[in-house]
Structures are given as C-alpha cells and as structure tokens.
Design a protein around this ligand. Structure first.
Ligand SMILES: C[S@@+](CC[C@H](N)C(=O)[O-])C[C@H]1O[C@@H](n2cnc3c(N)ncnc32)[C@H](O)[C@@H]1O
Length: 254
C-alpha cells in the first residue's frame, strides 16, 4: 500500500494547483508555463534535461510527478513532444489537462499505470524528495522505460546537515545515496550537473511573480496559502544557505 502525501504537501501541491490554474485563467495563457514550473525552477534546467533526453518528434515521453504540467507544457511548446503526465494530486492533474491540454492521469510514482517499456524517455523533476520510498519510485520509472530509454532527474540533494525547520513530508538524499538508488533501480547515470534555478528569461520570472500576486490577492487571508508559502520558503532557505543543491542527472535504462 502506497502512503499518501501529508497535509502540508496536499495544500502545496493540490489546493495551490487549483488556485494557480484559476490565476492563469485570469491573467492569460502566457502565464501558464512560468506558473506551472515550480519544482523544476528554471528554463535552463529544462533545456539541459530535454537536450540530455535526446528527444525526437515521435518520442513517447512521461512526466512523472508532473504537478500542474508546466515542464511538460514547456516541452510541448519548445520541442514538439507531448508528454503523458502522471501526478497524485487531482487538482494538479486537472490543471495540466486544462492549461496545457496534455494527457494526465492521477497516479503515484511508486505504482505507475503503464505497461513495461511504454516510454522512450521520462523525467521526474523535484519529485523524488517528496517520496519516502525512493527505490520503489525509481524502479517504477525504470520499468516503464524501454531498454536504452532515458530518464532526466531534478533532485534536491543534501550536501550539509540541514538546519530546521525543514519542509514537511520531504526527505532529501545525499548525492551518494542518490547515486546508489539510481544504480539499484537498473539505471546508468550518464551525466550529472547542477541547476541554476535563477536562469530563466526576465519575463518568465515576472509572470511567475504575477501569478503569485494574483493568488495572494484572492487567497492571501487563507491559512493554506500561508502554509504553502512556509513550505516553499523552507526549501528556498535551504537552497540559499547551500545546504541543499538542485542536482540534475540523465540516466539510461539498462
Ligand atoms: C515540487 S513539485 C514538482 C512538480 C513538477 N514536476 C514541476 O517541476 O513543476 C513535486 C510534485 O511531486 C508530486 N508527488 C508527491 N508525491 C508523489 C508520488 N508519490 N509520486 C509522484 N509524484 C508525487 C507532488 O504532488 C508535486 O506535484
């Protein structure tokens, strides 16, 4: 039996997903990708990952833990590849369908509803830290990839002791633990790097901020907004203090 995400994560990834969708509808479709790429951080990280996945027009691609679909929306617009989105939060799945018109299913990464070898490529961005059983999630990712298929990962890894308060429901691996988990799942790490989370065009950052302002305007007095802000603020502080780093990797299915 797979454990469901705790309350703080439900607010951050489900309630706020619905609010984000409504804010984007108010502001306009050009706000959807910046607003929808919260875990993945920056356009340069998406570009690094998409290049590493060696996608072509017909690639069968999975976005595992897709959130509201911002990274998959970016991929469709920039590379012409329409990913299938899998994500446990119903509000986020609905947002991915409505904002980006992408196929999206409600599913946890430990039990993906796809046959073995269904995809040529997959990515999972900012997701592994939210899953306690990372070995099971990586084994599932490997299972749904065809042999030789490529996986892109963005993982927040701990490079120093983490100073509390820590974000609820997150467990950050060390780089060594992550390398062991990847190898243990039958994936071969081909290359690794660090994401520059600020490397997005200025209009991207402005639009993400405008969506936040619109959510704040509608829901600023809702305690769930404060809780979600606190959660993401804790991750932001750990990154700013250099205790966490945004690790990027490309691996192939053995
Ligand atoms: C930081 S967000 C990243 C969302 C998206 N990948 C992005 O880059 O914008 C983490 C996502 O992982 C999802 N998640 C939580 N537990 C999960 C699980 N067991 N399997 C798959 N996804 C999960 C959350 O619902 C949330 O959408």
């Amino acid at each position: 039996m797979v454990e469901l995400p705790d309350e703080a994560m439900e607010v951050e990834f489900d309630t706020v997903a619905g609010w984000t969708e409504r804010a984007v509808r108010t502001l306009g479709p050009e706000y959807a990708v910046p607003a929808g790429c919260r875990g993945s951080g920056s356009e340069s990280a998406l570009r690094w990952l998409a290049d590493g996945l060696e996608l072509s027009a017909g690639s069968r691609m999975l976005d595992d833990g897709a959130g509201v679909g911002g990274p998959a929306g970016w991929l469709a617009a920039e590379r012409g590849v329409r990913a299938v989105c899998a994500e446990p939060m119903v509000g986020a799945v609905q947002a991915a369908r409505r904002l980006f018109h992408l196929p999206a299913v409600v599913a946890v990464g430990q039990e993906l509803p796809f046959a073995d070898g269904s995809f040529d490529a997959a990515w999972s961005l900012g997701v592994l830290c939210t899953i306690p059983d990372k070995a099971a999630a990586l084994a599932e990712l490997r299972r749904v990839l065809a042999p030789g298929g490529r996986a892109g990962l963005l993982v927040f890894v701990a490079v120093a002791p983490l100073t509390p308060p820590l974000p609820d429901g997150n467990e950050f691996p060390t780089e060594e633990e992550l390398a062991g988990l990847i190898a243990g799942a039958g994936l071969r790490l081909e290359r690794a790097g660090r994401a520059d989370l600020s490397a997005s065009p200025p209009e991207w950052l402005e639009r993400a901020a405008a969506v936040d302002a619109e959510i704040e305007r509608r829901h600023g007095s809702d305690e769930r907004w404060a809780l979600a802000q606190e959660q993401s603020g804790r991750v932001g502080r750990l990154l700013a203090d250099g205790e966490l780093v945004p690790w990027l990797g490309i691996a192939t299915a053995r």
